[in-house]
Write a new protein. Structure first.
Length: 498
């Protein structure tokens, strides 16, 4: 008190007291002049007076003061015990190890009822008691709605008699039963997880071996002279070619290793170093873009589902960025022939493992190659799947991929795919050319696909908007700010006059 400002105030205090040697109570009034701190509230000052009067001497007799001030009994105890009764929100949140936002939220729900002090709230001992109670209930896994109901019961009944407590006990018992049921469900889920883990381990132990189906050998041709290959040092397991040396009379050579055909690049094409199944790449793609790709895959599947695919050859090139077909392979005919080509060996290996897991009987040719000089026959492909492949390849190379693939197309070949674009003149397109100076003109513009399809003697027969996002993720390196990244599905066919 000595350090407080010297400002005096008077208070008239009614004290109910008794003589030590007597059981009779008497009341008297005392007028005291004390030094009170300027910042002290009337209630705080009054309680401090009571503390002063806890033992006084009047006329040589000892009196003990007892305050019957029930509405503030909690605060009386706090003052007499030397505890702080009012806290601002930051200190209050820190005391209970929660965020300020949590305290604000509880206040908005009515869980905490602080004192309004000009432009801020002060949290008193009642709030502390409520917060401690709320914290305990949350530790018992009560929901906020349940806590709300319990607080209502507590505030109305004060939980002061056995009936009140019995009602509270019933709520606790109900929660216990609920938790027991949840524990049972969790144990069941854990058991199911163990079953799945065991199944996966079992599949690993099986080590299913697949390779290039013997039925695909007639499809293989030299990309230089277009002649047939000779296979040497061949390892064949059942109907699969697992390993082999591949040679052509013209001097071209390739190899089959682990059921994958590794074809050398015939030019200086640049590959995309990132690939879809890389954990880093997955983290760089937003949920919004993932949903658009999901819709894109569904668009491709819906068109393929309507097409006659028996004994047809389906090619999905440049699979490094996105690959949409594998998810729907279990819904497509087993007697179709599938070719997947990518520049990243690890990506192709992972894709092979996934497809083998989905359906090990599928006839699939996996090719690692960047330049798109594919060792397959001319006029052999019925469908080409563009999973943003044309956009991606044309980022790193000033070539439209179809110019290299067109020799494989039949007269009735269809292309089903997805392309992305921005509005003309956007900052994202400008940044694209800064990051990828070799990018093909018109890439990521609305007319990119149509213009280059026409050059390759294909025409668009269908386009459909898939959607757009302003946040595709950092995987799309050239995306700027809140500009819209559009995706469209399309179908193209070879022109009859070509």
């Amino acid at each position: 008190m000595k350090d407080m400002p010297n400002k005096t105030r008077c208070a008239k205090v009614s004290v109910r007291s008794r003589r030590v040697s007597s059981n009779k109570y008497s009341s008297f009034f005392v007028v005291l002049k004390l030094f009170w701190p300027v910042w002290s509230e009337p209630v705080t000052a009054f309680l401090r007076l009571l503390k002063k009067l806890s033992s006084i001497v009047v006329g040589g007799l000892i009196y003990r003061a007892t305050a019957y001030f029930e509405p503030f009994s909690t605060k009386v105890r706090s003052i007499l015990q030397g505890r702080t009764t009012h806290m601002k929100i930051g200190l209050f949140a820190k005391k209970f190890n929660v965020s300020v936002d949590t305290v604000r939220y509880y206040t908005s729900l009515g869980f905490l009822i602080p004192i309004k002090k000009e432009s801020y709230y002060e949290y008193d001992q009642t709030c502390e008691d409520d917060m401690a109670f709320i914290t305990q209930l949350k530790s018992l896994h009560f929901t906020l709605n349940e806590i709300d109901n319990i607080l209502k019961v507590k505030r109305v009944t004060l939980l002061r008699d056995l009936d009140d407590w019995e009602r509270f006990v019933q709520l606790l018992a109900a929660k216990k039963d609920e938790l027991a049921a949840e524990i049972a469900r969790l144990y069941e889920a854990m058991s199911n997880i163990d079953t799945i883990i065991e199944s996966v381990h079992h599949k690993k132990e099986e080590k299913t071996v697949t390779g290039i189906s013997l039925s695909l050998i007639p499809l293989l041709r030299c990309p230089v002279c277009f002649g047939p290959f000779q296979l040497q040092n061949t390892l064949i397991l059942q109907e699969w070619i697992v390993d082999a040396s591949v040679h052509c009379e013209c001097g071209y050579g390739a190899r089959i290793e682990g059921g994958i055909l590794y074809a050398p690049n015939l030019d200086d094409s640049i590959e995309n170093s990132a690939y879809l199944y890389e954990p880093k790449t997955v983290a760089e793609v937003t949920t919004e873009l993932t949903r658009l790709m999901e819709k894109s895959g569904l668009f491709i599947y819906q068109l393929l589902k309507k097409a006659p695919l028996t004994n047809k050859v389906i090619l999905e090139p440049s699979i490094d960025t996105f690959v949409l077909l594998p998810k729907y392979l279990h819904l497509l005919p087993d007697d179709a022939l599938y070719i997947f080509c990518g520049s990243n060996q690890e990506m192709v290996e992972k894709l092979k493992g996934k497809i083998t897991y989905i359906n090990p009987k599928l006839k699939v040719l996996y090719i690692v190659n960047t330049s798109l000089h594919l060792p397959i026959a001319n006029n052999s492909v019925d469908y080409i799947i563009d999973s943003l492949s044309f956009n991606d390849y044309a980022l790193f190379n000033p070539v439209f991929p179809l110019t290299k693939l067109s020799r494989h197309c039949k007269d009735d070949t269809s292309i089903i795919g997805i392309f992305s674009h921005y509005k003309k003149g956007t900052k994202s397109i400008q940044k694209m050319y800064e990051l990828y100076p070799n990018a093909l003109p018109l890439n990521f513009e609305k007319g990119f696909i149509q213009t280059h399809m026409e050059i390759c003697h294909f025409e668009l027969v269908e386009t459909i908007p898939i959607g757009e996002t302003k946040q595709p993720g950092i995987y799309i390196e050239h995306h700027v700010g809140e500009e819209s990244f559009h995706m469209e599905g399309y179908m193209a066919k070879k022109r009859c006059d070509s």
